[in-house]
Structure formats: C-alpha cells, structure tokens
Design a protein around this ligand. Structure first.
Ligand code: UD1
Length: 359
C-alpha cells in the first residue's frame, strides 16, 4: 500500500516521526511531502536530523505569505504532487495551513484523507488553527483522536463513529523514545542557566500583532527573581523589531533571548524549567508530559485535559495574572494519568490505515 503524508512545520515533523518509523516497520510505503511552510534551518531541517527522518520525496518550497496566498500555493503544488505520486490515502497531522491544504487538495481529488490529531477544538474561530482543524476534520475519511474528549467532539459534530479512532498522541511517543537524548542535551550548561528559570515562547498572531500583549507578556516577570529564557520564533523577532521592542527587551537583565532551539534542547529546557510560559499548542502537552507546570498565554486552549488535571492555566497576556500564576505554581508534580496515551498511537494509526486501505 502506498500513502503520502503532508507536513510543513516543526510540530508536524515531531508528530510524524513515530508514524514514519512504524510505517517502515510494517511495510507501509509513506512518502513525505514537505510544503516548505517552515524553511529556516532551526525550525525545520534540524528536526529531520535529530529525529533521524528520511528526506521528503518532494519539497514544495512555498515559504511565507498571507494565509490565502500560502494555502493557495500549497494547493497548486499538492495537486501536482498527488498526480505524480498517486497515493491511495493522504495523511495530514495537526492544524496548520499545511494540514488544511493537504486535506483539501486530496479530498478534491477523491483521495481519502486521514487526519492525525482530529477533534481538538479551542472554539475560537479567530485562530487560523481552529479553522484549519475544523475544515480538515470535515473532509477527512478517517480521523485519529488524541483524547476521549476529541473523539466525543467529532461524534457530536456528526462524524460517523466508524471513521473515528481513539489512538492517543504521537507527540507523546516522540518524547518517550527520546528521553535519553533529552537527558544528554547540554543546553542548560551552554546557556549558563544556574539559577531557577522559566521558558517562554510566543509566536501566535494574537500575541505578536499586539504591542500591548507583547509588553504585558515580556514585562510580567521583571519583579521576580526568575531568569526568563526565550527562544525567539522568526515571526516574533520580525514583529518585535517592527514595534521597536527588540532593542528595549534585549537589555533586560533577566531575559535571555536565543535563536529557535532544536527538539532535544527545547525539551531539556522544558523539563528543567520551573514553569513554561507559552502560547504554543504542542508545548502545553510537552510540559504536561515532562511534569513542568505551564502558564498558557492565551484566553483559551484546545488541550483542556492539561488544565483539568491541574498542570496548566490560562493567563492571556495580563502581566498581573501571569506573575500570580507563575508564583502559585507549586513545584513539579506529574499528573497521575495521561489522557493522551492509549498504548502506541503510531502503531494504531498504521494498523488502521493498512486494514482500511490495503487492497
Ligand atoms: C505555524 C502554524 C502554527 C504552528 C507554528 C509552529 C499555521 C496557520 N500556523 O505558525 O499553528 O504552531 O507554525 O511553529 O499554519 N518564518 C521564517 N522562517 C520560517 C518560517 C516562518 O522566518 O522558516 C516567519 C516569516 O516571517 C513568516 C512567519 O514566520 O511570515 C510566520 O510563519 P508561518 O509559517 O506562516 O506561521 P507560524 O507562525 O510559524
């Protein structure tokens, strides 16, 4: 059986790695089509190298652009790619513009779509990811949910239970199989982080496009004795420069701004941090699995289980609230259950694809 998987951003590379390994083991031919949504070394190629993944069979090189422009360029490239590769099923992980384009191009060509991480909802249609995941779910033929909540959501939206599979999260499998690499990474020593520190990441438009929100987030911890380590996403660097904020915050003694980090370094920081401050989706779950409390710099989240289990809290971009939540995080204590683990997500995904589509 011959399938393709469409990815284009760093979280998608992480989500895909265990599926590729399992596909190879089970004899499922799975071509990687890379859209090129992320093109900088630090946020794309380094992940392929660290996770020891084969090069994509195609790189569409779409690069950046407005949502319509970027998605449109992907649709054109993907249609050609599918015509050439003739996949029997197209797998799309996550909720990025690459996910939506991968699904839409396939559905229009009557190729079955398999969505990995289906059913997640923030109920905020102002987020491009929410639009991407809803549309992707509703043009998919087979939907792999990471949690019970996600599965129930899909059923509530009228999707047939015959097409929904509760498999768990491949991001969790990625962490599990790289515990030693995370342990061995020397980022903490490299950055000279001797005192307690928090890790900060900010890249979502709702934060990067508002000078007030950016000021709120960066100013939140200035009166604490915590060091803040901030791996800066390229989008955020551009916005901070445009807003004239970069020069200012560069001199703040408690803030260490670094380039985007590789997978192992990032997870080592998350593991060793007192708290993670982030607006990323994936990092909320990674902090949860590594037993580090998370303060989410958003007004909503699709990963409600991390909140219900007491490991995550929403603070928006309000400096007072962020500081209060960071202060009240009482040390590390891993949640006693993992709502994203059902015993090997990638195995269940590959197995399902083979049983449904192998002729
Ligand atoms: C995308 C995803 C988001 C995911 C994130 C992970 C969508 C709608 N968003 O957001 O869900 O959490 O990836 O990082 O798909 N840029 C570079 N180099 C790159 C890539 C981007 O400089 O390699 C800069 C460009 O200025 C670009 C901006 O970042 O305009 C935004 O990049 P884009 O790929 O559109 O979205 P992300 O913010 O990375």
């Amino acid at each position: 059986m011959h399938a393709a998987i469409v990815i284009g951003t760093r979280p998608q590379i992480i989500k895909t790695a265990p599926i590729l390994k399992e596909a190879e083991r089970r004899g499922l031919e799975l071509d990687v089509i890379y859209t090129g949504q992320h093109y900088d070394y630090e946020i794309s190629k380094v992940f392929f190298n660290e996770l020891d993944l084969p090069d994509p069979v195609m790189n569409l090189g779409v690069g950046s652009g407005s949502h319509g422009e970027q998605t449109g360029r992907m649709l054109i490239g993907l249609e050609k790619a599918y015509l050439e590769l003739e996949p029997e099923v197209v797998v799309v992980p996550g909720d990025t513009n690459s996910t939506l384009a991968g699904a839409l191009a396939a559905a229009k060509m009557c190729i079955p779509v398999a969505h990995v991480e289906a059913g997640a909802r923030s109920f905020d249609v102002g987020m491009p990811e929410e639009v991407n995941r809803r549309l992707t779910d509703h043009c998919s033929s087979v939907l792999f949910a990471v949690s019970e909540w996600c599965r129930n959501r899909l059923l509530a939206e009228g999707i047939s239970s015959d097409d929904v599979y509760l498999v768990g999260d491949t991001m969790y499998e990625s962490i599990k199989s790289h515990v030693k690499d995370i342990e061995d990474d020397d980022v903490v020593e490299r950055l000279g982080l001797e005192e307690p520190f928090v890790v900060l990441t900010v890249h979502r438009a709702e934060n990067t496009d508002s000078v007030d929100r950016l000021r709120g987030i960066f100013g939140a911890l200035k009166d604490t004795d915590l060091r803040v380590v901030f791996p800066c996403h390229p989008r955020t660097r551009v916005r901070l420069e445009e807003l004239g904020l970069l020069e200012e915050i560069k001199n703040w003694p408690y803030l260490t701004i670094v380039e985007p980090l590789g997978y192992f370094s990032m997870l080592r920081l998350v593991r060793d941090a007192e708290v993670v401050l982030t607006d990323s989706g994936g990092l909320q779950k990674e902090a949860f699995w590594l037993g580090t409390p998370c303060v989410t710099l958003r007004d909503n989240t699709e990963w409600r289980e991390t909140i219900e289990l007491g490991m995550n809290v929403l603070a928006g971009a309000d400096p007072g609230k962020i500081e209060e939540e960071v202060r009240s995080c009482s040390g590390k204590s891993r949640a006693s259950v993992n709502p994203y683990d059902y015993g090997g997500a990638s195995g269940k995904i590959v197995e399902t694809l083979l049983s449904r589509y192998e002729t």
